[in-house]
Ligand binder design. Structure first.
Ligand SMILES: [Zn+2]
Length: 184
């Protein structure tokens, strides 16, 4: 079984369906993430991949601290890279968190947030144009606890050559036999 594995950064919150920020704010962030993914896919040098492919996503959700300094005065949007005083108010900048990564809570939303990244595979030349014919959804796994993510923060993408093997466990499906039903 041939697989291709790649680490990508977590998508930004703007990629999430649950994020209701203004599209003016969200769109450039989504575009930037798509571009990051495209460059990462290109850098692998995989070229055109054999199809069909199954894409497995593993979200490693170790929270990353990311800070900036902001003027505490109301209405002042002044930001600073370093701690110090606001040149207008003289107030001391306060530390604010600016972690824009998306930490998904359920698998459906997690996969949906990677839509932009998945689109970038076509742009990177890994897949032919019409990607939904060649790319199938595989497993989506979220590692949210410390024991699970082991301090890792990122998205591990595994591309498996072949279509997903779906095991249907349903008593209805197992007992249903058209021939027998007709006889009864
Ligand atoms: Zn200020």
């Amino acid at each position: 079984m041939t697989t291709f594995t790649l680490w990508l950064p977590l998508p930004p919150k703007a990629c999430s369906q649950n994020c209701h920020v203004n599209w003016r704010t969200a769109r450039p962030q989504v575009a930037a993430y798509k571009d990051t993914c495209k460059k990462a896919f290109e850098a692998t040098g995989w070229g055109k991949l054999p199809t069909p492919l199954t894409i497995h996503l593993e979200f490693y959700l170790a929270r990353q601290p990311d800070y900036y300094w902001k003027c505490p005065k109301r209405y002042c949007r002044r930001r600073s890279v370093f701690a110090g005083k606001c040149p207008i108010h003289g107030a001391t900048f306060t530390r604010k968190n600016r972690d824009t990564r998306y930490y998904p809570k359920d698998e459906g939303n997690a996969r949906a947030a990677f839509k932009a990244g998945q689109d970038s595979m076509v742009e990177a030349g890994l897949l032919p144009d019409d990607h939904h014919r060649y790319l199938h959804d595989g497993r989506t796994t979220i590692y949210s606890t410390k024991a699970e993510h082991q301090g890792k923060c990122g998205l591990r993408v595994t591309l498996e050559v072949g279509i997903p093997v779906v095991t249907v466990v349903s008593t209805e499906a197992q007992t249903y036999d058209p021939a027998r039903r007709r006889a009864a």
